[in-house]
Design a protein around this ligand. Structure first.
Ligand SMILES: [Zn+2]
Length: 271
């Protein structure tokens, strides 16, 4: 599938081999997050096989930017030391954070694991990808104590956006932007040089699509999308880019270039 715009994915996961092949073949710069030690080992091996990185994974070229971090859902399953060696080999840390909506791990445990990883990121001078679900206010307060470069992934909260904007955070817009008003609000308010887009992997794209259809059926949104893109990274990103371009009254080709440059800059590449 070819799309006439430059695409980039600021937040994905390992996904299937086919998904990773599509990213490589289409040359889509992608930040992929390994959220358990097992995944991190696999991701680092893959980035070496792709011959994209040196021993420490820092010399990434082309499409794959590996990140590692203990996801809040696994904050009680892994200690920092289980993940530390993998985090040291990645140029980026994440996704890390706290979650009170989709997980039942005790919040105190989540916060301890989160702070340990924020400290490690600062020590190693690496940017961080944040998961903030339901804990937007708390995370805004916590990261203020760890000044760093942050990418807030799929921000879908109607409040506290300004806290993150004040701290110069970047934002990646999720695949439900075509129907979710909270995500549309984020897409509208983020400054041009801090705006990115993401899939969160193809499972999340499929979920976002199905939720959109449900919203249509409940008359929450006006029209259903005739969208058959849930099994392709390219199509999902193009669709998200198009929706964001419409919100920002910009041609998608220009926005695609800016968003791609923002991703490369966040990853520490000179462009
Ligand atoms: Zn994710």
């Amino acid at each position: 599938m070819t799309v006439p715009w430059l695409l980039s994915d600021a937040h994905g996961h390992m996904g299937t081999k086919a998904e990773r092949n599509e990213r490589r073949e289409a040359g889509i710069p992608s930040i992929l997050c390994a959220i358990t030690p097992k995944e991190a080992k696999e991701l680092i091996r893959e980035s070496r096989e792709e011959n994209l990185g040196g021993e420490d994974g820092r010399q990434q070229e082309r499409y794959l930017f590996p990140a590692a971090g203990i996801h809040p859902w696994y904050a009680d399953r892994y200690e920092l030391q289980d993940m530390e060696t993998w985090m040291e080999r990645c140029p980026l840390i994440g996704e890390i954070g706290m979650d009170s909506v989709w997980c039942s791990v005790d919040l105190k445990t989540q916060e301890i694991r989160f702070r340990q990883q924020l400290e490690l990121a600062l020590r190693q001078n690496k940017p961080v990808i944040l998961h903030t679900k339901g804990q937007e206010k708390e995370i805004g307060d916590v990261i203020r104590q760890y000044p760093n470069r942050y990418l807030v992934h799929w921000y879908s909260c109607d409040s506290y956006l300004e806290k993150y904007l004040e701290m110069d955070c970047c934002f990646s817009i999720g695949p439900d932007v075509w129907w979710n008003p909270s995500v549309q609000n984020t897409a509208r308010q983020v400054p041009a040089d801090r705006l990115l887009i993401e899939t969160d992997g193809l499972d999340a794209v499929k979920w976002a699509y199905e939720e959109g259809i449900k919203a249509f059926k409940k008359n929450i949104i006006k029209k259903p999308e005739t969208w058959e893109g849930t099994e392709h990274v390219t199509f999902a990103l193009a669709h998200t880019l198009e929706a964001v371009a419409e919100i920002r009254h910009m041609p998608p080709e220009r926005l695609g270039e800016e968003i791609r440059d923002n991703l490369l800059r966040f990853c520490g590449k000179s462009i």
